[in-house]
Structures are given as C-alpha cells and as structure tokens.
Design a protein around this ligand. Structure first.
Ligand SMILES: [Zn+2]
Length: 255
C-alpha cells in the first residue's frame, strides 16, 4: 500500500482500493474529472486531441490544487457538429450528463467532498454549464461540484499564451489551430502531421456563422475542419498554452 504522493501517480484508475482509502484518510478530498472529445481536428491532428489535452491539464491541475486525485477521463464528448467528418464519435448531452452524474454519485459515496469537471473540448462547455445545477442537486450537501465553462476566458488565455511564446495570436481560432496543434506537438508529438498544415477559417465567427455551425455542422464554416491556423506551431507555444490554461483552471477552482 502506498500513498499517492509517494508513487507520484494521482490517477484513480491506477491505484488500488487500499491506495484510495489511504488517500481519503490522509486528506485527499477532491477529484478532477477531465472531459474530452474524439472528433475531427483537421487533416493534421488525430481525433484524440481534446481527450489528450484534458489529461495533460488534469496532471498539472491536480498537483497544483493539492490533495486531489484524477478520475478516469471521459474521452468522448458532445461533438454532433463534427459528425460530417469521418471518425468523429459523439454522445448526446443526456448521455454525457448521465455519465457525469454517475461519476459524482460513485465518488461521493466513497467520501470525496469536491468534484471538479473541466473539458479539453470547448463544445462540452455549454452542456456542462446546463447540467451543473442538476449535478449539484443530485449530491445535495455531501459534496461541492464545480465546472469550468468560460470559453471566452479560455480563448483569451490561448491568444496570450501563443503571443508570449512568439506565435501569432490571430492564428488562434479554437479548433485545430496554432494553440491545439502546438499542444499536441508537446503532448503526443508523433501524432502531428506537420506536412499537412493549412489555414482554416480565419477571424472571429459571426453570430450568423456560429448559428449555421451549430445547425448544419462545422463544415458549413470551414471546409477542412480547422478554425484558426496551425502554421507556425511549436513545442514552446504548446508548453505556454498548457501552462496558461492550467493556471486559468487552478485560479478558477481555488476561487
Ligand atoms: Zn479541440
């Protein structure tokens, strides 16, 4: 039996039940739940981009929050607007909510008193925002449930992080762009098809274009599935983005 701080691994699924019991007794009262997506990310990134990103963030966030374990990643998310691209797997909002609710029920039963959701896939944000009051009601006073759902703050942090590391903030569009591509060059470098970088939709999406995207799918605003531009991506930009978003999440969850 070993304490998680001794093994250095905070991932619940790699621990034994005795490890978890020891962690709970020594004050590990919080669990982060990384949420992702398995969806198209342009011609140059693998479908697992957002799930991998969420896991990398969970590793940093849990250590910085302290006394925090990491739940198994909910790798597939709400990606119906990406289904026109082959390979994308999408779960319905009610499926996602049922999973989050069942995670909460299980974790609360073991005695964790704080459960934190965040997502590497911005498309999950509105779904998390919508379900949060119901998740909170479902556990009552036995635990505090939080979720990070501020997509504007996320995109602003990416623009700042890209600029800080010498990249062009105008290349940030939020999907398979300079931020996500650089992140993947850091997290899973072999998966990035560096010979297939090409610009996608550039510039902010108008309310009409956003409407069109939610209604008819992302291919109605971008032919290649990219929003933003992956050109100019570097590992240094990836490190900067990872660090900046981890800081954003930790600040939000410490508040
Ligand atoms: Zn993504």
């Amino acid at each position: 039996m070993s304490k998680p701080e001794r093994t250095g691994d905070l991932r619940l699924e790699l621990m034994t039940f005795e490890d978890v019991s020891t962690a709970l007794r020594s004050g590990f009262d919080t669990v982060v739940v990384p949420c992702g997506a398995v969806e198209q990310h342009g011609p140059h990134l693998p479908l697992c981009m957002d799930a991998d990103h969420a896991e990398a963030l969970a590793n940093l966030v849990s250590r910085r929050l302290g006394r925090t374990l990491i739940a198994p990643t909910i790798r597939v998310g709400c990606s119906s607007h990406h289904l026109t691209f082959p390979g994308t797997i999408s779960i319905r909002p009610e499926t996602f909510e049922a999973m989050c609710s069942d995670y909460c029920a299980s974790l609360v039963r073991h005695g964790f008193s704080r459960i934190i959701f965040f997502s590497g896939h911005i498309g999950n944000f509105p779904v998390l925002r919508d379900m949060l009051p119901r998740l909170r009601r479902s556990v009552g006073k036995s635990a505090r449930i939080d979720a990070f759902v501020d997509s504007e703050a996320w995109l602003t942090a990416w623009r700042e992080a890209v600029a800080d590391a010498g990249g062009d903030p105008a290349a940030v569009g939020g999907h398979a762009d300079i931020a996500e591509t650089s992140l993947m060059m850091k997290i899973r470098p072999d998966s990035v098809r560096t010979d297939r970088f090409e610009p996608g939709h550039i510039g902010l999406l108008s309310p009409d274009q956003l409407d069109l995207m939610w209604k008819n799918g992302i291919s109605s605003v971008t032919r290649n599935g990219i929003i933003g531009d992956p050109r100019g991506s570097t590992v240094a930009i990836g490190e900067s983005c990872l660090e900046r978003i981890a800081g954003l999440l930790v600040d939000a969850f410490k508040a």
